[in-house]
Write a protein that binds this ligand. Structure first.
Ligand code: ACO
Length: 374
């Protein structure tokens, strides 16, 4: 039987930090409200596009696994903020890292995109179609955030991480997963102004506004992640006390607390990043996983539960058995280019552009390298 081991991991967190105090510069909000309702204190704003974050994370993950890019057979790019629709963004990563033999696909299930991508890569490895894959979770939300809507603007951040998945004879990697979609609630989270539905409707593409029913999403997220977690544990014959670490989607600290306590896993076995990074959608789970490894919270052979939900409302829970190695084989020197703007500057540039005041070229934020010449 072939399994799909996670053998490399790497994160790429943009350096610019947006604090709750920064948000209260232009929104009617405050640190006390945001911390008490969400657990968030700060989040990151990227000065480079999604694919450039992904390239850094992939180079770090490849070094960690001790692989060269041309050994990779497949790249799965999990995101809902792709740099382009056509061509897909995974192909941009392929060419940028030199993974010349890799197939390349984008997967968009919003915040669950990394875990759905991990399922895709795992299935293709377990069925023998490919042997080595890069799986990316990345989000550059800041350019399409509804920055003047306090219901959503305080919740999200940018970020990226990637993992390498390789065929293995050992019973490691994804042991089982539960995937689902509460589509009757799909209207609770919608970004208007992205996609062809808005062409011919008097909406300028890229002029985004968010529909967001926070309380309904909250309820559905808790129910959905608890049910998915219970289902995958049952499928794999695992009880909550056997879970060594929960690496959940981090949309709200209160959601995480509710999911963990209702799933029956001890509260001290949870990896949290929500305070520092907010909700990075598809990037949230892989960044938390990479940090859990950096902090020594993943032991050899650990059993890891990863529940998540996202717009759609997509929902899932994955059960992963970690392998023997918990340290990188090599380090990469891939790094972000210099940035001389604060996170608040970057956000104000987006607000100004959306207000049509100036800066149609996107000052402070560059177009992806591989579309700049179009
Ligand atoms: N600052 C200050 N006050 C605010 C803010 C803010 N940023 N946002 C809302 N409020 C106000 C509201 O206007 C409301 O005021 P009112 O009582 O005068 O009407 C009050 O605070 C309470 O608002 P609620 O919506 O009841 O607050 P709640 O406790 O439900 O928390 C929250 C809101 C944080 C959004 C919560 O519902 C939540 O986390 N929901 C889930 C969100 C989520 O996970 N989204 C990710 C989706 S997944 C994806 O894939 C993209």
């Amino acid at each position: 039987m072939t399994y799909a081991a996670i053998t490399g991991w790497g994160k790429a967190m943009p350096p610019a930090v947006l604090t709750n105090a920064d948000l209260s510069n232009f929104l009617d909000t405050n640190d006390e409200w945001i911390v008490s309702r969400t657990g968030m204190k700060e989040r990151r704003v990227s000065h480079v596009p999604s694919a450039e974050m992904a390239v850094i994370a992939c180079k770090r993950a490849l070094a960690c696994a001790g692989l060269e890019a041309d050994e990779i057979d497949l790249i799965v790019y999990g995101s809902c903020s792709n740099d382009e629709q056509v061509p897909n963004t995974a192909s941009g990563v392929q060419v940028a890292i030199g993974a010349t033999k890799a197939a390349a696909m984008d997967v968009n299930t919003a915040c669950t995109s990394f875990l759905y991508s991990l399922s895709t890569a795992t299935a293709l490895i377990r069925t023998g179609v490919v042997k080595k894959a890069l799986v990316i979770g990345v989000e550059w939300i800041s350019p399409f955030m509804d920055w003047d809507n306090r219901n959503v603007a305080v919740l999200f951040g940018d970020g990226c991480a990637a993992v390498v998945v390789e065929a293995s004879d050992q019973q490691v990697g994804v042991l089982g997963e539960q995937l689902g979609c509460l589509a009757d609630a799909r209207q609770t989270l919608r970004v208007r102004g992205m996609g062809t539905a808005y062409v011919n409707r008097g909406v300028t593409l890229g002029d985004t506004s968010w529909d967001f029913d926070g309380q309904e999403i909250f309820k559905r997220a808790v129910q959905g992640m608890v049910q998915a977690s219970q289902a995958v544990m049952q499928k794999c014959g695992v009880t909550p006390d056997q879970i060594d670490l929960v690496v959940p989607h981090q949309a709200n600290l209160r959601i995480i607390d509710a999911v963990v306590s209702r799933s029956g896993v001890p509260a001290d076995r949870v990896m949290l990043t929500v305070e520092r990074y907010g909700n990075m959608s598809a990037a949230t789970v892989p960044v938390a996983l990479a940090e859990a490894l950096e902090e020594g919270r993943v032991k050899p052979g650990a059993l890891i539960l990863m529940p998540a939900f996202g717009a759609g409302l997509t929902v899932c829970a994955h059960l992963v058995r970690w392998g023997d190695r918990i340290t990188p084989l090599r380090e990469s020197d891939a790094a972000f280019p210099p940035n001389n703007k604060s996170a608040l500057d970057l956000v104000q540039a987006v607000r100004a552009r959306k207000a049509g005041a100036h800066d149609r070229s996107g000052e402070g934020m560059r177009a992806p390298k591989f579309v700049e010449n179009l």
